[in-house]
Design a protein around this ligand. Sequence first.
Ligand code: UD1
Length: 358
Amino acid sequence: MASLTNHVNGRGHEEDEPKFVLVTGGAGYIGSHVVLELLKDYRYVPVVVDNLDNSHPECLHRIEALSGKKVPFYPVDMMYKDGLREVFKKYNFSSAIHLAGLKAVGESVENPMKYYRVNIGIALNLVEVMKEFGVGKLLFSSSATVYGTPKYLPLDENHETGACSNPYGKTKFFIEEMLKDLSQVENDWNIVLLRYFNPIGAHESGEIGEDPNGIPANLMPFLTQVAVGKRKEAKVFGTDYATRDGTGLRDYIHVVDLAQGHVAALAKLEEKCGCRAYNLGTGKSVSVLEMIAAVEKASGKKIPYVLCHRREGDVGEMYCDTTKAETELKWKATRSLDQMCADSWNWQRKNPTGYKTA
Ligand code: UD1
């Protein structure tokens, strides 16, 4: 069992000692920012499990350089419980943050079984191994996609869930349902479902950020790749939505705000909370055309774009009610759209080929 003494710097009392937190998917876009925030907080020692399927070891090296701390890392394939068990044997975890999973919406439509097998399979394995080792505190990385087409706006956590337009979204919904059922019978478990809106931006250093595989499906990485000269023009999917300029509105949130939301939610797991969902967003909406203008301003580059038909499965407008997270987690996103764009651009400019060297 790993000792905490290296981390506590002489802090004498056990209750003051930092707690080991398992972070699955800790080398990914959101996971890496969560790990960095945890490293800044004396209460926690993150331990990363990641199969590096859609992430890069260089990301972990950069986190270590930024924080000045070692990050315990295990390249475990969570489809097999034994690898996970070995990590649980080494650390007396107090909680787990589960971010690992497949996330390409288009691929999930083409290969739904892969998404159900992997996303549901690894969530099940994690929960079963946590139970074996008596760890009953879990943060799950869910998504606003569980709400489907909004019946009303802003979306609060009581909005119905499940009418997702793609298998990726359905895996998030099914895992939420599984965890709700689990909390019905495991009275001593505390589970928080974090429903992310649209995370963008990067750490202010520009050392870690989003490094999509191939052609980005999401708006922000596509725009910054146009700005850096990697792609010719952006595409605006849909100009006939019932929105202020006809293009899609989304609630974009800075990834560092999002990561800080995880740290706030970890404190919630210390209370008897059952299974609770929280929206992580800003409560504000930004259109595609507004985002293009904001990235142009941040980068000083012109972003050519073409107007296209709607993308299948997209909704016109989504933004959240942030009240529950503000009151119960004592957390609120603070970074502006300009900051989000400046940080996305800084990451892209410094790393035109992502973590890979050109
Ligand atoms: C998408 C996923 C969602 C996932 C989230 C992860 C779909 C249908 N939804 O959300 O399940 O949780 O990413 O961040 O894929 N847009 C363009 N041009 C582009 C790309 C996007 O105009 O090249 C528009 C979209 O129509 C949308 C907005 O930009 O209005 C944001 O799109 P995107 O970044 O892909 O996020 P979501 O579709 O909201």
